[in-house]
Design a protein around this ligand. Structure first.
Ligand code: MTE
Ligand code: MO
Length: 316
């Protein structure tokens, strides 16, 4: 395969891998599985192109180039991301305090500026002549081989999101949030203008067994108890979304119609929450990924904004 075509194919595959990885983080169930199959196939295809890319790279390295180190960082970052992605799917999800997913995603985000630089500094353009029957067949062969690779690789059994079952829900922070100590005497939860004390909340015993599925690569099914959010809302509201905010400032927005399916939990397995799991009260959002399960909830506001008017992922 010609060097230019290899480069164009790699760029396309990196874009598909990056986009499908992020989309999968928003999904659960079978939609997540479908997107992750594409994600895995893109990863295998990148690996299959390594022999061709190393020919291109060897030629490049023979030339004197000032930004050579940036190309090497890019290659190393992609390699790290790939290795940890495969480690995770082979059933090696833990790397000490962090998870394989942390390295997989961290490396992918880390190389992003280098990909942008590489595309600008060494543009690989598609030419009309490239769209030949021959090249089309090469592309089809690569896709076929990647699909075979995904089917043949002995991936460990996992949830459709790719997560592994954890013995216990592991207290986690999404990125940089901290675990606050809450003074229960002064604590109150504001819901659409009404203040609820901790004891008021403890008086409810709505319950749900739900799977907390963290994008860090683990899931855990637990019995939660508290109050369905809609029971705390004033009747006849005309809001579009509910903004659930943590004491720490972390927040997620939900469609108002979801309030029947969102539990404000004060208990886990019959006992009050511990600080790590969101004491005094945390959100339980069955069917939604872990990062939407806001911990240490302090206020819920009814707002006119649509639920999707928020960053796709929390920024803290
Ligand atoms: N305030 C706040 N809530 C949060 C987070 C956070 O960083 N800050 N992390 C979320 C993520 S990514 C997950 S997976 C779950 C983890 O819940 P657990 O600590 O009870 O296992 O909490 C969610 N709620
Ligand atoms: Mo998470």
């Amino acid at each position: 395969m010609r060097g230019r075509l290899t480069n164009v194919a790699l760029l396309g595959l990196l874009a598909v891998a990056f986009a499908s990885g992020w989309v999968a983080f928003e999904l659960s169930g079978q939609p997540a599985r479908a997107v992750l199959l594409v994600h895995a196939a893109a990863g295998v295809a990148i690996v299959l192109l390594v022999p061709w890319k190393s020919l291109v790279a060897r030629r490049g390295l023979r030339r004197p180039r000032t930004m050579r180190w940036a190309s090497l960082v890019l290659a190393a970052g992609v390699a790290v991301s790939l290795v940890f992605g495969f480690l995770h799917s082979f059933g090696r999800p833990d790397v000490g305090y962090l998870t394989a997913m942390d390295f997989h995603v961290g490396a992918a985000i880390g190389v992003l500026p280098f990909v942008v630089w590489h595309v600008l500094a060494r543009p690989a353009r598609l030419r009309p002549a490239d769209l030949s029957r021959r090249n089309f067949l090469k592309g089809a062969a690569l896709l076929g081989a990647s699909a075979l690779g995904v089917a043949a690789v002995p991936a460990a059994r996992r949830a459709p999101t790719g997560s592994f079952e954890a013995a216990n829900a592991i207290p986690t922070q999404w990125m940089f949030d901290s675990t606050p100590e809450v003074d229960i005497q002064t604590f109150q939860l504001m819901v659409a203008g009404t203040a609820w004390r901790y004891d008021d909340l403890l008086a409810f015993s709505d319950s749900v067994t739900a799977v907390l599925d963290c994008t860090g690569g683990w899931y855990s099914e637990q019995a939660w108890e508290g109050v369905w959010l809609h029971r705390l809302l004033p009747p006849g509201a005309s809001a579009s979304s509910l903004n659930v905010r943590s004491i720490t400032g972390y927040s997620r927005r939900f469609d108002v119609d979801e309030a029947q399916r969102l539990l404000l939990a004060t208990r886990l397995d019959g006992s009050p929450l511990d600080t790590g799991h969101g004491y005094p009260v945390r959100l339980v959002a069955p069917g939604k990924r872990g990062f939407t399960w806001v911990k240490w909830v302090t206020s819920i506001e009814e707002e006119g904004l649509p639920w999707w008017w928020q960053p796709p992922f929390p920024l803290q």
